[in-house]
Design a protein around this ligand. Structure first.
Ligand SMILES: [Zn+2]
Length: 142
C-alpha cells in the first residue's frame, strides 16, 4: 500500500501533462512502516530520452533527489513515469527494467486526457502485482 496526498498526485499529473507528448518521470521519497509506504515528496525529473515511449531519468537529478531524501531521513519508495497514449500498466520494457522488487512503480496514463489514471505496481521479475494507492485529502483511486 502506498499513501499519497492529493497535491502529490496533482504534481505528477501536472508534470506529465507539461511533458506531453513525451513520457515524464520522477522519484518518490518517504517513509516505510507497518502501515505501508507514505510519500513525503515527489521529485520531478527530466526524461533525458526525450521519448514518447520510454524514459531514462537524468542521473544528476536522480543523484540530487537521493541525496535530499537521505538528508531528510527518507527512503526511496519508488518511481513514476507517464504513458502519454497508452494504458496504466507496465510495458514489456518497464518490466525488463524493473530491477527492484521492493520498489513501487507508478504509472500515470494520460490516454484519456480528461481522466488521468494513476496506478502503482510491484514488479518481481516478470510478475506484476497492482498495489493500492490511498489518497489523502481527496478521493481514493484504485
Ligand atoms: Zn512505461
Amino acid at each position: 500500500m502506498i499513501i499519497m496526498k492529493q497535491e502529490q498526485v496533482q504534481q505528477i499529473i501536472d508534470h506529465a501533462a507539461a511533458a506531453q507528448p513525451l513520457e515524464a518521470c520522477g522519484l518518490l521519497g518517504g517513509v516505510c512502516d507497518e502501515t505501508g509506504k507514505t510519500v513525503c515528496k515527489i521529485y520531478l525529473l527530466t526524461n533525458i530520452d526525450q521519448s514518447t515511449e520510454h524514459f531514462s531519468m537524468d542521473p544528476k537529478e536522480q543523484f540530487a533527489a537521493i541525496k535530499d531524501m537521505r538528508s531528510q531521513g527518507w527512503e526511496l519508495l519508488g518511481n513514476f513515469h507517464s504513458h502519454p497514449a497508452s494504458p496504466s500498466r507496465p510495458s514489456a520494457e518497464d518490466k525488463r527494467l524493473a530491477f527492484d522488487s521492493q520498489a513501487s512503480y507508478l504509472i500515470l496514463s494520460l490516454q484519456d486526457q480528461e481522466r488521468p489514471i494513476l496506478k502503482s505496481f510491484c514488479i518481481a521479475s516478470d510478475q506484476v502485482t497492482e498495489e493500492n494507492i490511498i489518497i489523502r485529502g481527496g478521493e481514493t483511486n484504485g
